[in-house]
Design a protein around this ligand. Structure first.
Ligand code: FAD
Length: 295
């Protein structure tokens, strides 16, 4: 097996263009498991760990540009206040060792429907910046996941960064597994209440062939919050709104029965998580106003 080790982003893109079959490796927490179990035998590995550009993050006009190679630990420590939803999800990933190595870029590369980054990225309306020697493009998270463990990357492309609006209101993430830590989600849900833009964002994990949004639930809640100007006043949610929101989230899912849970359980769990995260987020907003979510 060839081992390619570019020292810069330009070298990495050139190496990928010359060797489109080379498998990128960032933290290696997915790749090494696949190699160790002989689930994959790439002709070449493209090690991205010396590409310092990937390990940087920056802010630009309210948007965070998170380098694909920033570890979960750094994301939690350095961006927990600006990206609370993604940081909540990051805290549930694996163990401290996995969070020290694992990256959001790697989660996107693997594109597992159970990956914990995906629901908050969908909810926040994130974009995935990808590049090749041909140029750079930004793929909306909603278009990035194309099938079970498949994404929209062309063979010569690499993930450069994730573009995520800084939280403008409360964000929440909830994950159900078979135990509290070191667990792949049976189902997960992320909620983003953008008070400034009066936008509701949702993300569903582990309950469909890809991570999903729940557009009908988003429109319903936007309507509820516009009614009586709740966006501004933070007034009580009307009777039945939590249940209806939960039902609409569950209706957007397309789960299957598998070793981790049944489709019926996942649908039930999503309804519960949607109602709970909305309760938490609305409580947060009422306590802290528009600063809710900015940790
Ligand atoms: C014990 C254990 C527990 C885990 N628990 C969780 C969990 O709770 N939640 C969860 O979501 N995941 C979990 N995972 C899976 C894994 O940690 C995550 O998916 C992580 O985000 C992968 O990041 P990485 O940098 O290690 O990726 P890598 O393993 O390096 O790469 C993963 C995939 O992404 C591709 N890739 C990486 N970087 C790029 C790039 N810049 N451009 C293009 N492609 C790229 C690789 O080619 C590969 O296909 C766990 C794994 C282990 C071993």
């Amino acid at each position: 097996m060839d081992f390619l080790q570019p020292a810069s982003w330009d070298e990495a893109l050139a190496a990928k263009a010359a060797n489109p079959e080379a498998l990128p490796i960032a933290g290696g927490t997915d790749v090494m498991v696949e190699l160790n179990f002989d689930a994959r035998r790439p002709g070449a590995l493209l090690d991205l760990n010396r590409v310092s550009e990937l390990a940087e993050w920056a802010t630009d006009n309210g948007t965070i540009r998170l380098g694909a190679g920033v570890s979960y630990t750094r994301l939690i420590d350095e961006l927990g206040g600006r990206l609370p939803g993604l940081a909540m999800a990051a805290r549930t990933v694996g163990s401290p060792q996995i969070r020290n190595r694992g990256t959001v870029g790697g989660n996107l590369g693997a594109a597992s429907p159970a990956g914990d980054s995906h629901p908050p990225l969908l909810a926040a309306g994130a974009g995935i910046e990808v590049a090749s020697t041909r140029g750079t493009r930004v793929i909306p998270a909603t278009d990035f996941y194309t099938g079970v463990k498949k994404n929209a990357l062309a063979p010569d492309e690499l993930i450069a960064a994730i573009l995520i609006p800084s939280a403008a209101g409360p964000q929440q993430f909830s994950k159900i597994g078979t135990r509290n830590a070191m667990v792949i989600a049976v189902a997960s849900f992320a909620l983003d209440l953008d008070i400034e833009r009066r936008r509701v964002g949702t993300g569903i994990g582990s309950a469909g062939p890809t991570p999903l949004r729940a557009p009908d639930a988003e429109r319903f809640l936007e309507h509820v919050l516009a009614d009586q100007d709740r966006w501004a006043t933070g007034a009580d949610l009307p009777a039945g709104a939590l249940d209806r929101f939960g039902d609409l989230v569950a209706a957007a899912a397309r789960p299957i029965d598998d070793v981790r849970g049944t489709a019926a359980y996942r649908l039930h769990a999503l309804g519960v998580m949607a109602a709970r995260t909305l309760t938490w987020a609305w409580h947060d907003y009422r306590q802290n106003g528009p600063a809710a979510g900015r940790g």
